[in-house]
Design a protein around this ligand. Structure first.
Ligand code: AGP
Length: 608
């Protein structure tokens, strides 16, 4: 959702804030703004639309000061206009607030302020926070502590006050905030990508806490104003990983980073010497392992697709019944919980609001909580008892790619670990470990595919308005993921379906030239899939398939085959998704869309 940066130090704040916002723009890009404390009080600059509009304004209307905040918005309350952009200010223009989240008591607070004669300048819930702070007395931290109990919902807020030009105050309930500890300067941000190039020493703010940030010190307070001690952590990401590195888009760079990301994830969790899984690394307490009878996987979007694949792998390797839920449904469906249950929250960011709520519900119901997550120190990371870090590195493109394939690897390792702990390990485990180690080479092979094939595929898809993606068994989630990738960045309608279900409705869509993308690598159900493809072909469909180059039976049906090497059936989703990522990328570029910042989307969905 929204990106936030705050700075207090010796440097001019405008370049620091703009640079931070550029790195955060992937979180939201409806409008942007900043507040700078200068000699004559707080000055605000805001602009609707992309960050470049704010940059232009900052160029023409320079602001000077060494303390300030910036924000890039994903609209919740109010249209993405300049008036609704952040920062929002109190009635006297002395306090500026940037905010990520949603105030659930927005209507009541707004009514109260209007009844009191307060004139509101925007439709935002954020302005209400600024107005409430402005009506309090005392220093900014004291005002925050008094306003906190009045706020319901989710918020990560950073605020400055003209009378305290050396202080930034931050507080959160839900969406994340991280404090970067620098030399003679300190920063606050909605995520570490905004500050990595200035410092790798960070402190994560916990829910209900307040941080009073000055250039030479950071004080953490609990909601009652009592001191909180928490030493900084050192991040293991380096700043170069959040640059495009010569690629046209982050998404393309991230697709090509997959061999390394997979290699690093495999290495982090497997002991190559003993060709075994490092069970201890998962942190599952032994007594809980004995009691384990069921698994629930919860996630959203692409991470949910990795859970669908994970179900096949976990059930096959552990024999434990595994259910997959959309986190947004799980949290309200009263699932059957208990201490025989392992609940795994799968999330790239570790900050997806629905996934976190589903995990909290599961923990409250006695389940053992695990997470497969790409961000060490994130909220899901801190919530879970057992943790598996995917080593994808920062993922900036809104369309998730390398986080997905590393999640598949992590879920396979989790399954192997549970299998071993349950005494089920046999030669299959050794084979899978070898195959996992070979997997980066297989993905490299996919990435070397002749570009001409993708040009043809791109032509077919970009000339259509709709398409159907089909797969069966462990590959049907890959059809869903391929369709989601296309939808997200090309804005073309695509529907993913288990191929066997196609006859029960979607086949009505198929007419002459209708594109059907099939995930057709060699699994036990490939013959069945080929039967389904014959059915759509008979109705005029143009079939594009992902398959092994030697699969003549697929080549006979498909207009175009995007080749992938042969890997173990449980690992086929990892190689099969890569051509679909490339296809979606190429279609979006062909149609002239902003691949890294697609319409209406945000990288990290920190509100319900
Ligand atoms: C993926 O391309 C999407 N941007 C989206 O579906 C994403 O996977 C989803 O919002 C979940 O995010 P998370 O993995 O950070 O929890």
């Amino acid at each position: 959702m929204c990106g936030i940066i705050g700075y207090v130090g010796a440097d001019q704040v405008v370049p620091v804030v703009l640079d931070g916002l550029r790195r955060l723009e992937y979180r939201g890009y409806d409008s942007a703004g900043m507040a700078v404390i200068g000699d004559d009080g707080i000055r605000i600059l805001r602009a609707a639309g992309k960050l470049r509009n704010l940059e232009q304004r900052a160029y023409h209307e320079p602001l000077y000061g060494t303390t300030g905040v910036g924000h890039t918005r994903w609209a919740t309350h109010g249209a993405p206009t300049e008036a609704n952009a952040h920062p929002q200010v109190d009635g006297r223009g002395e306090i500026a607030v940037v905010h990520n989240g949603i105030l659930e008591n927005y209507a009541a607070l707004r009514r109260e302020l209007l009844d009191d004669g307060v004139e509101l300048a925007s439709d935002t819930d954020t302005e209400l926070i600024a107005q409430l702070l402005g009506r309090e007395t005392g220093c900014l931290a004291e005002r925050v502590l008094r306003v906190l109990p009045r706020l319901q919902g989710q918020y990560a807020v950073v605020t400055v006050r003209s009378a305290e030009p050396d202080t930034v105050v931050a507080f959160r309930q839900g969406p994340p905030l991280v404090i970067g500890i620098g030399r003679g300067e300190n920063l606050v941000a909605s995520d570490v990508t905004a500050i990595l190039h200035r410092t790798r020493e960070v402190v994560y703010l916990d829910n209900g806490e307040v941080a009073v940030v000055r250039a030479d010190r950071v004080e953490l307070l609990d909601a009652a104003g009592g001191p909180v001690e928490r030493p900084p952590e050192t991040l293991d990401w380096d700043a170069g990983r959040v640059e495009k590195g010569g690629y046209r888009h982050f998404m393309l760079k991230e697709i090509f980073e997959q061999p390394d990301a997979i290699r690093n994830t495999v290495r982090a969790h497997l002991d190559a010497e003993r060709s075994g899984v490092i069970v201890d690394g998962l942190g599952i307490p032994a007594d809980r392992l004995d009691r384990l009878r069921r698994i629930h996987l919860v996630a959203c979007g692409t991470s949910w697709h990795s859970c669908l694949v994970g179900k096949f792998i976990l059930e096959r390797l552990t024999g434990l019944p595994t259910e997959v839920d959309y986190a947004s449904e799980y949290r309200y469906r009263e699932p059957l919980l208990g201490d025989d249950l392992l609940v795994v929250g799968v999330t790239q960011s570790g900050e997806t609001a629905d996934t976190l709520s589903a995990m909290e519900l599961a923990a409250a119901g006695g389940a053992l909580l695990a997470t497969v997550c790409n961000v060490r120190g994130s909220s899901s990371w801190r919530l879970a008892t057992a943790r598996m870090l995917t080593q994808a590195g920062p993922e900036i493109g809104v369309a998730s790619t390398k986080a997905f394939t590393t999640q598949l690897v992590a879920l396979t390792v989790l399954a192997l670990a549970l299998r071993r702990a349950r005494g089920l390990a046999d030669r299959l485990d050794e084979q899978l470990v070898r195959e996992l180690q070979r997997l980066p080479l297989a993905v490299e092979e996919v990435l070397r595919t002749d570009r001409a094939l993708y040009r043809r595929g791109t032509e077919i898809l970009s000339e259509a308005t709709d398409s159907l993606y089909l797969g069966r068994g462990i590959l049907y989630p890959i059809a869903l993921e391929g369709a989601l990738k296309l939808k997200e960045i090309s804005y073309l309608h695509a529907e993913g379906y288990p191929a066997g279900e196609m006859k029960h409705g979607p086949i009505a869509l198929v007419t002459d030239g209708f594109p059907v993308v099939a995930v057709a690598t060699a699994t036990a159900t490939r013959d069945k899939l080929l039967g389904n493809l014959m059915e759509v072909r008979a109705r005029g469909a143009t079939v594009l398939a992902v398959a092994e180059p030697e699969a003549d039976d697929v080549a006979e049906i498909a207009e175009l085959v995007l080749p992938v090497p042969t890997v173990h059936p449980l690992l086929q989703p990892v190689v099969a998704v890569v051509p679909l990522q490339l296809l979606a990328y190429n279609v979006a570029v062909e149609l002239g869309h902003d691949v890294d910042q697609p319409r209406n989307l945000a990288k990290s969905v920190t509100v319900e």
